[in-house]
Design a protein around this ligand. Sequence first.
Ligand SMILES: [Fe+2]
Length: 320
Amino acid sequence: MSKDRYWRAISIDSILPDHFPSVALYIRSGGNYVLYKDPDRMFTMDDRHRLERSFTEFLYVRSGDMEVLNEFMEDNLTEMLARADLGSAAKGKILYQTSVNCVIDMFESPETAANLLRCRNMVQNILQYVITDPLALKSLQSVVDHNFYIFAHSVQVTALTLLVHERLFDLAADEVIDVGIGSLIHDYGMTFITSEVLEKNDALSDIEYYKVKQHTQKGYEYLKRHGKYSEVVLNIVRYHHERYDGNGYPTGAKGDDIPRSAQVAALCDVYSALIMDRAHRKANSHGDAIKIMREEAKNGAFNQELFNHFVEIINEKTPA
Ligand SMILES: [Fe+2]
């Protein structure tokens, strides 16, 4: 088992100086983890500057300390997002790191009730941030990191899906939360795919592609078996790769037989994947991503009307 499993990376941008719990922080040096700050010492602005000067982006926390750190960050999140002295970018970094920690735990143990509760709170914070802060999408985009592709992508899809639902549909509060939870764990089924396939840089063989495509159905079946997830959550997990013309997977469902929340999640999923750096290609610009998707919509992949609304909303929230 890799020793990396015992460590969690924390972006230094998400650590507010003089506002960090009593947790030891480590620095990675030549493959080893070296103590940077012991639990009793405060992380200060001087620390931040010193690390920035040495181009250090991440510090590391022992995975056993993550519970304390998550509790601290999640307890303080709503208050931090409301602080007038913090800019959109700083809030985006804190929200991103806190959500990623939550998604990692959800992917590890989606059947744990405490994780589901954390996830609900996280969705509320993401929703609040994305609808109230005009720079939210930009700020979140600037912190996503391809090293944590699947988790970063999950947070971004959640922010986008929540925003589109909030703008277009008049949903009950509980349904909005379920849309957010479904989006956070939409790719949960990827945990059933071997890392050799997931991390492969070259084109996938037919068999490998077939295996990757199974993540929708496998994730759905696992989460359904646990009985804690609503139909809205399960629909997003199962149908987020369906296409309006029936050319998607896993079921080939067509048109409005595809649940509406999953149609929105599909748009956000494709857009997020296009604008993020991947191992095999650089990120597309916002404009290029929309251009690619417009072509796909024209060919029938998405509901044209929904796509037009999606573009309007994303354009408005993506200042040039
Ligand atoms: Fe997916």
